[in-house]
Design a protein around this ligand. Structure first.
Ligand code: HEM
Length: 116
């Protein structure tokens, strides 16, 4: 089960790269908005994150999680996902949505790595 868990961690990093990459690539664009990489990356983070929690809590892997930390990450990711869906429906540019999603995703990296 460790292999499955580790493969999902890899997908979790690909999802991270997708949201943050989709954000960063538009840094100098005049038409900033929610691109598919940001939306699909957010969904990837949601699905892979929940799967990781399920595997840990189900006892499939020998790891522990801080539920407060995970709840904060989950809440932020839900906000990111809603912003991505709502933002995509607006006429471009969608600068506020682009900035909020990128900022929140980067905040989640800080939380993931620094919160112990
Ligand atoms: C934009 C959203 C997210 C980002 C950028 C993100 C980022 C990260 C990063 C960088 C790690 C590796 C941390 C380390 O190994 O030190 C990680 C691990 C993990 N993430 Fe996320 N994550 C996001 C969303 C979520 C969500 C929504 C959940 C669950 C509901 C989640 C659950 C986990 C778990 C269980 C781990 C492994 C255990 C841990 O280190 O706490 N993540 N995440």
């Amino acid at each position: 089960m460790d292999l499955v868990y580790n493969l999902i961690v890899v997908l979790h990093f690909i999802g991270l790269a997708s949201v943050v990459g989709g954000f960063l690539v538009q840094m100098r664009s005049t038409d900033k908005g929610v691109n598919p990489a940001m939306l699909h990356g957010a969904l990837t983070q949601l699905v892979t994150g929940i799967l990781l929690v399920g595997l840990i809590e189900g006892g499939a892997v020998d790891d522990e999680i801080d539920m407060t930390k995970i709840s904060v990450k989950l809440l932020i990711t839900l906000v990111i996902t809603v912003l991505a869906f709502v933002g995509r429906k607006k006429t471009p540019p969608q600068v506020a949505f682009w900035g909020a999603i990128g900022g929140l995703a980067i905040a989640n990296i800080f939380i993931a790595v620094l919160w112990h």
